[in-house]
Design a protein around this ligand. Sequence first.
Ligand code: UDX
Ligand code: ADP
Length: 462
Amino acid sequence: MASKTNDNVILCIGAGYVGGPTMAVIADKCPEIKVIVADINPERINAWNSDKLPIYEPGLDAVVKRARNRNLFFTTDVAASVREAGLIFVSVNTPTKTFGIGAGKAADLQYWEKTARFIVEHAESDKIVIEKSTLPVRTAEAMHRILQSNSKGLNFEVLSNPEFMAEGTAIEDLEKPDRVLIGGMETASGRAALEKLASVYAHWVPQDRILRTNVWSSELSKLVANAMLAQRVSSINSISMLCEKTDADITEVSKAVGMDSRVGSKFLKAGVGFGGSCFKKDILNMVYLCEHYNLPEVAAYWEQVIKMNDCQERNFVNKIISNMFNTVAGKKIAIFGFAFKADTGDTREAPAIYVSKWLLDEKAELAIFDPEALPSAKKDLEGCKGKIEYVNDPYEAVKGAHAIALITDWKLFKSLDYDKIFSLMEKPSFIFDGRNILDHEALYKKGFNVFPLGKHSLTHLE
Ligand code: UDX
Ligand code: ADP
């Protein structure tokens, strides 16, 4: 006989960049609910239970400290947690498939499916299973079938509740979300499950920001939101290339365009390219879907967003090489920032990976500095041939360097002592500001040859 769900216990399977912070905020905001985060990786769980959390995220430490061992628990005992919880978020990895049908585009759902089967195996009561990882459209349907195929007489409801937080601002985004999106099955029990989850968010999110949709709209909205954001970045990056060929300045163009309230000013910062675990993966997912449904023009349209990003990364490297007298062989280049954006230690799909590898192919010597991402950087460049130093001090990185390639928009790069840096570098000294965050005029006056992005260079060499 099936027992009732225990709605006062929430479990999240997968203690990653999404699962960890999301559950910490739920626990913080809902002290009467027990929140468990379970992961098969004991190292990760140990780190979540220690003073050095496995991910760097501003504000996260304080939230975890408040709730941990009060109503927030991290464990490797996934089975016991499944038995205990009524609501189960699934936030396991959904990387791009590297094999078989859809390789390079479709999402690899093996971890998700394994998790669904695991839930069926260990559940002793009805459960509400919530997709938190980004998944291809119609995954919920497949999961529902797997879950309902149980012979225990249990009922499983599947909801889609994609996460829109961005790394670096995760806690802020979770505490004050633009919206919370919940997709549910259009049945009486589906609607009831949706309301149960909505009542958790209602602890701190105003009702008019909790959007209720059908499951498919919710799944697709997540992919589209990321695709549209990435598309804005690729659009402005494409214009930065045009600016470099003309006398236009990308910062001025971006401001002029973004002040149109129909366009809006956010996500129009030209840079060395977008990274992160979501944008590329989600667009590829959408491209695969479009191809599957025989919409080749739609697929090609979105694929171009990724091609433009690849092109922007390559362009940055080409600019370094061509301006350093067409060779970087044997020259030391200081890489300022390796994370895919500021305020995170995450390097997944970081432009710095590609830029570093191409520079190493050209036989440049690299000194990489990043305040949070050095451990990941080491893993990303493992096996690469050439000289690579990983340093904890930006001044160490520039000693004897011919050039600085600024790739991540860490604020601290703005407040370094560039007189000291100039004195430590080889001459002529080059700065390639891939994020346009430095004071280019001031650097030029100090003697640097300055190459911003999408605007004219300032050089003493002509
Ligand atoms: C993104 C989405 O913003 C978030 O809603 C979703 O849940 C996950 O994916 P994230 O990847 O963490 O979040 O970071 P985001 O701030 O979106 O930046 C992505 C990339 O775009 C970064 O590499 C960033 O540097 C780059 N970017 C962003 C630009 O180059 N220019 C911009 O104007 C904005
Ligand atoms: P995201 O950025 O989406 O949070 P991560 O890759 O950082 O993704 O985290 C996914 C987590 O899911 C990893 O810590 C991984 O160990 C965990 N995981 C994968 N499969 C399972 C599983 N079957 N049971 C529990 N945890 C899992």
